[in-house]
Design a protein around this ligand. Structure first.
Ligand SMILES: *[C@@H]1O[C@H](CO)[C@@H](O)[C@H](O)[C@H]1NC(C)=O
Ligand SMILES: *[C@@H]1O[C@H](CO)[C@@H](O)[C@H](O)[C@H]1NC(C)=O
Ligand SMILES: *[C@@H]1O[C@H](CO)[C@@H](O)[C@H](O)[C@H]1NC(C)=O
Ligand SMILES: *[C@@H]1O[C@H](CO)[C@@H](O)[C@H](O)[C@H]1NC(C)=O
Ligand SMILES: *[C@@H]1O[C@H](CO)[C@@H](O)[C@H](O)[C@H]1NC(C)=O
Length: 515
């Protein structure tokens, strides 16, 4: 009987392996940065399918490695009652009873730069790019961050209200960038996705005439104080933005009050910014933004505070939420990753513990270790997955990347603040490159759909492995394991009632899923 079952399992395996091979593999290219990129063009792009039929009582394994595997698929038999004696030295134990936060999702930003780059490709290549992010055979993003007017990742500075003293917003108008790039790309994304998309908006600078320094850049904040015509107009500017996007069919899930409000308090701010302290952000929400969102019928849009480095936790939310009138308008706290070396991720858990009804979302991250792309850098991918793991294990409900696509110089960026991105477009060749960052993010985004719930997971030893476990709405168990070390590590995973052995390859990330 037992032997028969095993034969059946391996027979199934052969059939599945054969059909899996029809999945489009990575066409790799090595630029000498430690690992490879996968090259896509108008007629070819690698895919990943997560809905393969698998034999009864087996675990599906997707593995990506520095040595070049990208979502390589395998299945392995689960064995019943946990082997309490015969285990590998490293044991990861899941506890389905201990449940934590519900996942909102993963995504990236629809900046001017990202959408200009996407539009620089032919229609078919662009289709492959957007399917890579949002398609059922892609990494299935469900969140998009939309800048309100320009930021550094624009070709020039602009806002939607550049006519001085237009307090009635009569000249408010979306820009060419919205019409020609962002809105067409968003429409395309909505066409491709099988999942509901949640958009959130963030602004970088108010019009110069509304600011103390009469400039979109540099140290400056709104003139006057909360409740006056500058603050009322600035709140109306946001609801006008939502009105205009609604005319094009887009309803927003959320917004941040201001991108990196601390940046506008610094003279060194060298691209669009607007300064708020925790106190002025609190007062603006309470007196202007909150009431205006309600009056305009946007009370369902989730307002997030901070949208800045986690070193401000938990002080910033304590100041805003200390005022019940401000607190009632706010749903969450947005965090960026740029100064993470200053404070550990436990400040996120501290914030959650202090304010358990407010969610925490990682709202922006990108690699800036060298100006422009390091094509194929595995280390940059590890930085992504490492930070996603830190965030999820400290109560964050999701993780949103910065630009979804940059050009081969890491732009365009009028302020020359060039960064890296998971996808780099080469318009000259009409192709794009999917970097290790793309796959590291995908190991989470594809397998942890909205509504998944994190469960407790722990290891018996202090080792280099980092991991997170969750249960999806369709009751699949998902375990993501990062191995940032150059040693392979045999593990035993104990999850009631099943367990399995697996040898985690050196320099790798894998997602395990089972029913
Ligand atoms: C697109 O990529 C495929 C696979 O690498 C290749 O066979 C094909 O020639 C490429 N097409 C163009 C136009 O470069
Ligand atoms: C799991 O690995 C351990 C250590 O190598 C071994 O003793 C045990 O038999 C393995 N279990 C199964 C079911 O393969
Ligand atoms: C602005 O709106 C107010 C109130 O509706 C109105 O009284 C005023 O005339 C308007 N000003 C301009 C310049 O349109
Ligand atoms: C969306 O899909 C429809 C039907 O396939 C198509 O007619 C339309 O052009 C698509 N729109 C975009 C923006 O891709
Ligand atoms: C971009 O494409 C052009 C034309 O094929 C090629 O010469 C150039 O090397 C490519 N750039 C990169 C970074 O691959």
């Amino acid at each position: 009987m037992r032997i028969d079952k095993n034969i059946l399992f391996y027979l199934c395996l052969i059939i599945i392996k054969t059909s899996a091979d029809s999945d489009a593999p990575c066409i790799s290219r090595d630029y000498g940065h430690g690992s490879v990129v996968c090259v896509c063009n108008a007629t070819y792009c690698d895919t990943v399918v997560s809905t393969r039929p698998v034999p009864f009582q087996s675990v599906s394994i997707y593995s990506s490695t520095k040595s070049g595997s990208r979502f390589d698929f395998g299945v392995q038999k689960l064995f019943g009652l946990s082997p309490s004696i015969n285990t590998n030295p490293t044991v990861i134990t899941l506890d389905f009873e201990k449940r934590y936060q519900m996942i909102k999702g993963f995504g990236g930003a629809v900046t001017d730069a990202a959408t200009i780059n996407m539009m620089s490709l032919s229609a078919k290549t662009r289709e492959n790019l957007l399917r890579s992010y949002f398609g059922v055979k892609g990494i299935e993003y469900n969140i998009g961050r939309v800048p309100i007017a320009s930021c550094d990742y624009s070709t020039h500075e602009y806002t939607y209200l550049d006519t001085p003293n237009d307090f009635n917003l009569t000249t408010f108008a979306l820009a060419k960038e919205d019409m020609d790039y962002k809105i067409p790309i968003l429409k395309h994304i909505y066409n491709i996705t099988a999942k509901p998309i949640s958009l959130y908006a963030s602004s970088w600078s108010a019009p110069a005439w509304m600011k103390t320094n009469d400039n979109e850049i540099g140290r400056g904040w709104l003139k006057g104080q909360a409740g006056d015509e500058y603050h009322k107009t600035w709140a109306k500017y946001y609801t006008k933005f939502f009105d205009e996007y609604k005319k094009h069919g887009f309803e927003f899930w959320g917004m941040t009050v201001q991108n990196e409000p601390s940046n506008g308090l610094l003279t060194s701010c060298s691209w669009q910014c607007l300064g708020f302290t925790a106190e002025t952000e609190r007062d603006f929400i309470k007196t202007d933004l909150g009431p205006e969102m309600h009056n305009a019928g946007y009370e369902k849009i989730k307002i997030m505070i901070l949208d800045d480095q986690r070193m401000f936790l938990p002080t910033w939310p304590k100041i805003v939420f200390g005022d019940k009138e401000a607190e009632k308008y706010v749903s969450g706290v947005g965090v960026h990753w740029y100064w993470n070396w200053l404070v550990g991720p436990t400040v996120l858990a501290d914030t959650h513990n202090a304010f358990p009804d407010k969610f925490i979302l990682a709202t922006e991250a990108c690699n800036k270790d060298s100006p422009g792309p390091d094509l194929g850098s595995w280390d940059d991918g590890v930085k992504y997955s490492n930070d996603i793991l830190d965030n999820l294990n400290n109560w964050a409900v999701g993780w949103v990347d910065w630009n979804m696509c940059l050009d081969i110089n890491g732009g365009p960026n009028w302020a020359k603040n060039y960064d890296d991105s998971p996808i780099i477009a080469n318009a000259t060749a009409d192709e794009f490159y999917k970097q290790p960052m793309f796959y590291h993010l995908g190991h989470f985004s594809k397998f942890l759909p909205e509504g998944s719930v994190r469960i407790h997971s722990s290891a018996n030893t202090e080792g280099p492995l980092k991991f997170v476990a969750a249960v999806t709405p369709s009751k699949q168990t998902v375990l993501v394991v990062l191995n940032p070390s150059s040693d392979e590590i045999p593990i035993t995973v104990m999850g009631k009632p099943y367990s399995f052995n697996y040898t985690i390859p050196a320099d790798s990330i894998q997602t395990f899923t089972w029913n």
